[in-house]
Write a new protein. Structure first.
Length: 365
């Protein structure tokens, strides 16, 4: 599949996809409403996935206003360590305008983002990213690979091609104050990355996951506020149907040690201590930013680890068994900025001590 073909699909209107989901589940939506889709995982106190929930078992609020869950599907995809027979409801729904050769998301859907990093972290990034591709992608999965310097590999399940693209990753130096997003004038996303996100939006009834490989994070993240201006990054990370998993390729790093100031030290030693503390502060902040970026989007961060296999397996599990809730919000979107918080609860009688995870908000488009 060529990236140019991918880009040609253009931006997809969610309502067209909702119509297919609606037809399946006999729900009726008003044409002027906007379709919102949220992926939700539900676990009991033992960490087991809770199956068999219905739309009435969930309570969804958008900006504290209760919404009606009209579309629900339970996705149950097989893995190498757990077989399953996916029900019809777990099959993805495609926008009818999407070319048939792009309707390939029968399994998990990933976008791997190799962040701009210092050269010293490039070998570890290549090794860790290839480990995920070679050992944790299932035959039915599709993944696209993006890096700011090298561009995009179209969505595919060709693992050797993905591994070769990872080997071409060069890192490039990055300003620690910027992360991957520029704080200057907000340019549009690269056309190929925009087309990838449009393809994400063209598939419903599926969880879409962005896996960020980075040496910490000091840049922008999901903006969970109704008072922020529109920004370049919101097109990527503030979508309601995309979860972020952040992978810190630095492995185990030194913890934050607190202030090293001592009144008996010389001016030179105090200056050195202040510089050391500043570095530790930045290090600690870069770890917390990765966790915040991921958890607010409904994912999680892999930080302070030298081994990644257990966490990669957890990513696969979270993208294999989950619910997709769809509802129509009749609130019109603002022209400039419209952040909306989302809360999801399970209200089925008799179910207690559940862990319910979903993203905490999105920017209406």
């Amino acid at each position: 599949m060529k990236a140019s073909v991918l880009a040609a699909t253009g931006m997809i209107v969610g309502a067209a996809l909702a119509a297919d989901l609606v037809a399946r589940q006999q729900a009726v939506f008003r044409a002027e409403a906007t379709y919102v889709e949220v992926a939700v995982t539900v676990f009991d106190r033992q960490g087991a996935f809770v199956e068999g929930l219905t739309p009435s078992d969930f309570e969804v609020k958008e900006d504290h206003l209760k919404q009606t869950v009209a579309v629900l599907s339970q996705v149950d995809l097989p893995t190498r360590w757990r077989q399953a027979a996916p029900p019809e409801a777990s099959r993805p729904v495609y926008n009818p305008e999407l070319p048939r050769d792009l309707q390939v998301a029968d399994g998990r859907v990933y976008l791997i983002y190799l962040n701009a990093i210092e050269a010293r972290y490039v070998p570890a990034t290549r090794r860790i990213a290839k480990d995920f591709v070679q050992n944790f992608l299932m035959p039915e999965d599709v993944v696209a690979l993006w890096s700011p310097a090298r561009g995009l590999v179209s969505f595919t399940n060709d693992r050797p091609a993905l591994a070769r693209a990872i080997d071409n990753f060069l890192g490039t130096e990055v300003d620690e104050e910027l992360g991957v997003f520029d704080r200057g004038p907000m340019p549009p996303l690269h056309p190929r990355l925009t087309s990838a996100m449009s393809w994400f939006s063209s598939v419903q009834g599926r969880k879409k996951s962005l896996i960020l490989f980075s040496a910490g994070w000091m840049g922008l993240g999901p903006t969970f506020s109704d008072s922020q201006p529109p920004s370049y990054q919101s097109s990527l990370v503030d979508r309601p149907d995309v979860q972020i998993y952040a992978v810190d390729v630095r492995g185990l790093v030194a913890p934050f040690s607190g202030s090293a100031a001592n009144p008996n030290r010389t001016a030179d030693s105090l200056s050195a201590a202040a510089a050391t503390n500043a570095e530790l502060d930045a290090l600690s902040h870069s770890i917390m930013q990765m966790k915040w970026l991921a958890e607010d989007s409904g994912g999680f961060a892999i930080v302070n680890h030298n081994t990644y296999q257990d966490s990669f397996r957890r990513i696969v599990e979270e993208n294999s068994r989950y619910y997709v809730l769809g509802y129509q919000t009749t609130r019109p979107a603002n022209a400039r900025w419209d952040f909306r918080s989302i809360t999801v609860k399970v209200v089925k009688p008799g179910l207690k001590d559940l862990t319910v995870r979903s993203r905490r908000g999105y920017v209406a488009r």
